[in-house]
Design a protein around this ligand. Structure first.
Ligand code: GLU
Length: 441
């Protein structure tokens, strides 16, 4: 393998789409690793990135695959496949969530790991990037099964995790309880309590105040900033959100509190629309009781796919990858696309949205509020001194505002779109550190 070039041909390309051929099947278009790599290559080329550093940053540093035996409630043994990919540790310990979903794949975890590297660099916090995932359906598993699976997954990865090595956090399908089990398992192996090994923990065992709402809060801050940029006002600003999990529901709640009008919510099992604004606290209450957003009386039922193409000022995909593709991008009718999810927009859709002059707040900026407050949690755990919620929120707001403005300025200075600006800013920071540290031989 030595000397094999990982760099694609270097002809000039002005659109990320043309990195991929326009005749892609939907499956090729929606491969998250290819999507990440296309943006990385494009931004690296614009930066005139050193060829050696390009090769280093294009691949993850370490990819771990584990097959986890779990005793199920019915007495049988099931084996689950899990991954942990550490993309970069140049700027600090690897950092990123763990996802439990039937759709997890190595390519997806790879892409998500590298997005964590770029995300942490965009908001300038001292972490590299990682992601984990286990192929399973947490909705069909009992708490006991989830606990045993989580503990065994942690045990299999034990020497690769640690406050100074790799610090997991929640992602789709995992929550504060999952993080508590990881913290406990790691601590049992270390023979001491090590709270800083994971973030997103319950507050009473070293979690940070404000962490649960942090991604949604960060989204609300960048939306405020985008409105300022575009000379729009919060009053009358119509928002549609896809996904009502931790990210979507907290974004909806905080935006509504700020005076935005949430006209639509799309979930996996149905959607809601009310042009006068959905009462978000009432909807959260309804979901608590009914277990679903559907059937909420104060809004009309709406098709979850059609909601994405309804006229609105801000569209926030806050669920999963590949929601905006070549199949629907030309029908979007939003002015701002704020990416609460990781990788919701394909590269082909990017170019279509650029033609439509949609203002994009890219995922590695828009949803960075979560990992930023994870950073605060890690700092507080290591200090053993905990901040008030107001302190956490104020620090988060200022990092999100500053990072938004850094990206916009970068885009203007280099005449690139916001996404490529965010990648360039991030790659530049990681490349600088990689060069400074040098290559260990
Ligand atoms: N899973 C979240 C993300 O994708 C949070 C990661 C973290 O806090 O480390 O950004």
């Amino acid at each position: 393998m030595a000397g094999e070039s990982l760099i694609p041909p270097t002809e000039k390309r002005e659109s990320t789409m043309s990195v991929l051929t326009p005749t892609l099947t939907l499956e090729q278009e929606t491969n998250p690793w290819e999507a990440q790599a296309a943006r990385f290559d494009f931004a690296a080329r614009k930066l005139n990135l050193d060829q050696g550093i390009w090769k280093v940053l294009r691949q993850p540093t370490r990819e771990l695959i584990v097959h986890i035996p779990v005793g199920m409630d019915n007495g049988s043994i099931e084996v689950f496949t899990g991954y942990r990919v550490q993309h970069s540790v140049a700027r600090g310990p690897a950092k990123g969530g763990i996802r439990y979903s039937p759709d997890v794949s190595l390519d997806e975890v790879r892409a998500l790991a590298s997005w964590m590297t770029w995300k942490c660099a965009v908001v300038n916090i001292p972490f590299g990037g990682a992601k984990g995932g286990v192929i399973c359906d947490p909705k069909k598993m009992s708490q006991g099964e989830l606990e045993r699976m989580t503990r065994r997954y942690t045990a299999e990865l034990i020497e690769f995790l640690g406050p100074e090595k790799d610090v997991p956090a929640p992602d789709m399908g995992t929550d504060e309880q999952t993080m508590a089990w990881i913290m406990d398992t790691y601590s049992m192996h270390m023979r001491q309590t090590v709270t800083a090994v994971v973030t997103g923990k319950p507050v009473n065992i070293g979690g940070s105040r404000g962490r649960r709402e942090a991604t949604g809060r960060g989204i609300s801050v960048v939306c405020d900033e985008a409105l300022k940029q575009l000379g729009m006002s919060i009053e009358g600003c119509r928002v549609i959100i896809q996904g009502f999990g931790n990210v979507g529901s907290n974004a909806a709640k905080l935006l509504a509190e700020k005076g935005y009008t949430i006209i639509g919510i799309a979930e996996y099992d149905g959607g809601l629309y009310n042009q006068n604004g959905i009462n978000i606290p009432a909807l959260i209450e309804h979901r608590k009781l009914a277990g679903t957003i559907t059937g909420f009386k104060e809004a009309e039922a709406a098709d979850k796919e059609e909601l994405l193409t309804c006229a609105c000022d801000i569209l926030i995909p806050a669920a999963t990858e590949n929601v905006i593709t070549s199949r629907n991008a030309d029908r979007l009718r939003c002015k701002i696309l704020c990416e609460g999810a990781n990788g919701p927009t394909t590269t082909i859709a990017d170019d279509i949205l650029a033609d439509k002059k949609v203002f994009i707040i890219p995922d590695i900026l828009a949803n960075a509020g979560g990992v930023t407050t994870s950073y605060f949690e890690w700092v507080q755990d290591r200090m053993g001194y905990f901040w008030t919620e107001a302190e956490v929120n104020q620090r988060l707001d200022s990092i999100m505002t500053e990072s938004f403005n850094d990206v916009i300025l970068y885009a203007k200075t280099h005449s690139v779109n916001n996404r490529i600006a965010a990648y360039m800013l991030a790659i530049d920071r990681v490349a600088y550190t990689t060069k400074q540290r040098g290559i260990y031989a």
